[in-house]
Design a protein around this ligand. Structure first.
Ligand code: DQA
Length: 143
C-alpha cells in the first residue's frame, strides 16, 4: 500500500479536505481489515517519485496487488504510469478526496488508464475499499 507526497501530513494537512485522521490511523484501519481478510500488507509512504517507482518494481516480485494513493503525482507522473503499465500485478488507485469535485487541474488523472480501478472520495474508507478491491483481484474474484 503506497502513499505519495504530503500524505505523511494527514491529520494536519488541509483537514477540511482530508479530515483529521493521520496516515497512521488510516493504516491501522487497513491493517484491521487485512487481518479479517487474512492478507499481509506492506505500507510505504514517500514524498519522492523515484522511491514510489522502486516500490512498484519491488512489489511485482513479492506482492499480489498494489493499492496506491499517488497524491499529486496522480496528475503529473508519466513515470508512475509507465511503471504500473510495466508490472503484471493489479494496481488499485485510491484517493481520500474526490478530485473531480475540486480544482480543474485535478481532473487530469494520468494513471487512470493503466490502473485496474479507482476508489475516490470516501476519506480513509477509500483505502479500506481499495484493499478489498485489491484482494478480490488478487484472488481472481473479479475480472
Ligand atoms: C489526493 C488527491 C490529490 O489531488 C492530491 O494532490 C493529494 C491527495 C487524495 O487522496 O485525495 O495529495 O490524492
Amino acid at each position: 500500500m503506497l502513499s505519495g507526497p504530503n500524505l505523511n501530513l494527514l491529520g494536519e494537512r488541509e483537514p477540511e479536505v482530508y479530515g483529521h485522521h493521520t496516515l497512521e490511523d488510516v493504516q491501522r484501519m487497513v491493517e484491521e481489515r487485512a487481518q479479517q481478510l487474512g492478507v499481509e500488507v506492506r505500507f510505504v509512504q514517500s514524498n519522492h517519485e523515484g522511491v514510489l517507482l522502486d516500490e512498484l518494481h519491488r512489489a511485482r516480485l513479492d506482492c499480489e496487488a498494489v493499492v496506491i494513493n499517488p497524491g499529486a503525482f496522480t496528475h503529473t507522473s508519466i513515470a508512475l504510469r509507465d511503471a504500473i503499465a510495466a508490472i503484471r500485478i493489479p494496481v488499485v488507485e485510491v484517493h481520500l478526496s474526490n478530485p473531480y469535485a475540486r480544482e480543474a487541474f485535478r481532473r487530469r488523472m494520468v494513471l487512470a488508464p493503466v490502473v485496474r480501478g479507482q476508489v475516490l472520495g470516501f476519506g480513509p474508507q477509500s483505502y479500506v475499499l481499495g484493499l478489498e478491491a485489491a484482494v478480490h483481484l488478487a484472488r481472481g474474484e473479479t475480472q
